[in-house]
Design a binder for this molecule. Structure first.
Ligand SMILES: Cc1cc2nc3c(=O)[nH]c(=O)nc-3n(C[C@H](O)[C@H](O)[C@H](O)COP(=O)(O)OP(=O)(O)OC[C@H]3O[C@@H](n4cnc5c(N)ncnc54)[C@H](O)[C@@H]3O)c2cc1C
Length: 451
């Protein structure tokens, strides 16, 4: 197991020890930047935001260099839950309250384009092995399904989403758990092997002419005579434009880049994979599963290494600590058994952490910061569709002057609060957990006494 900040502890291959690294297929091996390079655009960060931007820039005929501190897909992009679905970290209905329905609809539609982009990229390149299953069953852990139904109706009526309400007795065909009281089934999301997807996008970018470098951490970024100078330990890139896509890992300091970093709150979250001979007794759904709690669990069934057997891939918990909790596997196993006590033979195989980058408004930081500096970052916990969307929007803006990114101008560079911001986030998570527990306890009482 590795800490998100401790690449030295990584297994061979330079990725953290995860189910994804253990089952990765044909990841490209890329050079270290040495010496000087000139380019039109330099992308900093080889997660899915930076990779998609580099791919789309190269496809649009731009000369592009991408610099990644570790390996492409090393961070959140290659460690996440793998759920690809519409929307953002902030809910669409909250965005509607803030910006009005027309603006919210345009944002939702862009988020859907991100979903289609991922699906198309996988299908057009004959990599259906990257997709693991379809549909998303979101379940409630309390008896009050009215709010869930209202959301489903609003999303159907005003945004064209198609959710189907699943009553408690119908849930039994998908899962066997006393924790859940009903659910909402959306057939359009799907789940992927995110590290293999990052490898595919990187390879496509290289094939399209982008120059990608790994183990090439950017340590300084400055402007000299109208050009951006991007320095790594062993090389320098001169570029007319720069795309910041470093997410929660700090990125280069100095000037506006520092303001982007300061606006991002790094939040850790955790995933395990586990074996059990009783998986099918508990879960009989091939798509994404999870609950609707404010800080809930999300999980899915995946193939075991070498296609052997089935595994449960389970994600949950949020903290602002950056080191790996010492008993992470046991803690998540406890969470799993609290939902599925029948999995008493559960054996954890991999347990890992990932860092998400959040802005205070929970929306991406996307767009032109001036002088040819672009932000394409802060996708939070909902990044598989939005990084595809963001990378494409920034590439289209640079290559074709497209101004759709302006839909994101209401989401500005607010200071994330540094250490105090991290503390506030942690306290907020505990508060939300507490509210979730109260709601569940109330539901249990009502179920017992019918009150
Ligand atoms: C455990 C976990 C589960 C998640 N589950 C889901 C999910 O199921 N569905 C979903 O939609 N989203 C999910 N997310 C969120 C999603 O993974 C992220 O939003 C998305 O991957 C962010 O992509 P990114 O490219 O912005 O950042 P990252 O993937 O974090 O990439 C940033 C890259 O920049 C590099 N970098 C940083 N600084 C520098 C520098 N100075 N020089 C060079 N390189 C630098 C880093 O090394 C890193 O590789 C999850 C996240 C985590 C952590």
């Amino acid at each position: 197991m590795n800490s998100p900040d401790n690449p030295q502890a990584a297994p061979p291959g330079g990725h953290v020890d995860s189910y994804y690294a253990a089952t990765a297929r044909s990841l490209p091996s890329l050079p270290i930047l040495e010496g000087r390079a000139e380019t039109a655009v330099c992308v900093i960060g080889g997660g899915l935001a930076g990779l998609t931007a580099a791919l789309e820039l190269a496809r649009a005929g731009q000369a592009v260099v991408l610099l990644e501190a570790e390996r492409v897909g090393w961070a959140a992009s290659g460690r996440n839950g793998g759920f690809v679905s519409a929307s953002f970290s902030e809910s669409i209905l909250k965005l509607e309250e803030r910006l009005g329905i027309e603006h919210a609809r345009k944002l939702y539609s862009l988020s859907l384009d991100g979903v289609s982009y991922v699906r198309r990229t996988i299908e057009e390149n004959g990599r259906s092995d990257i997709i693991g299953g379809h549909g998303w069953l979101k379940m409630i852990r309390h008896g009050d399904s009215a709010a869930l139904k209202r959301t489903a109706e609003r999303m159907a009526q005003d945004y064209g989403a198609s959710y189907r309400f699943v009553a408690r007795n119908e849930l039994a065909q998908y899962v066997s758990s006393k924790r859940y009281h009903g659910g909402m089934l959306d057939l359009s999301p799907f789940h992927i092997h995110p590290l293999n997807y990052a490898g595919l996008v990187a390879q496509l970018a290289v094939d399209a002419g982008a120059r990608l470098f790994e183990k090439s951490k950017v340590i300084a970024l400055r402007r000299e005579a109208g050009t951006w100078i991007v320095e790594t330990v062993r090389g320098t890139v001169e570029a007319r434009q720069v795309v910041l896509a470093g997410s929660a890992y700090g990125g280069p300091s100095g000037g506006l880049a520092r303001r982007v970093n300061a606006a991002i709150l790094p939040v850790s979250t955790y995933v395990v994979t586990a074996r059990s001979a009783r998986l099918e007794e508990a879960i009989r759904f091939e798509g994404c599963l999870g609950d609707t709690r404010r800080a809930g669990d999300y999980y899915r069934i995946v193939d075991g290494p070498g296609g052997e057997g089935r595994r449960l891939l389970w994600g949950g918990r949020i903290t602002t600590r950056r080191s790996l909790p010492p008993h992470l596997g046991e803690e998540l196993a406890r969470d799993i058994r609290s939902v599925y006590p029948q999995l008493d033979d559960l054996a954890i195989e991999h347990a890992w952490a990932g860092l998400m980058g959040y802005a205070t408004h929970k929306m991406p930081l996307l767009g032109d910061l001036g002088d040819g500096l672009w932000a394409c970052t802060a996708f939070g916990g909902h990044g598989l569709n939005t990084t595809a969307m963001g990378g494409r929007l920034v590439a289209q803006a640079i290559a074709h002057d497209d101004d759709q990114w302006r839909l994101f101008t209401p989401f500005t560079l607010n200071w994330g609060g540094g250490l105090a911001g991290r503390l506030a986030t942690q306290l907020e998570y505990w508060r939300l957990q507490f509210l979730d527990r109260i709601e569940e306890a109330r539901a249990r009482r009502q179920a017992r006494f019918g009150g």
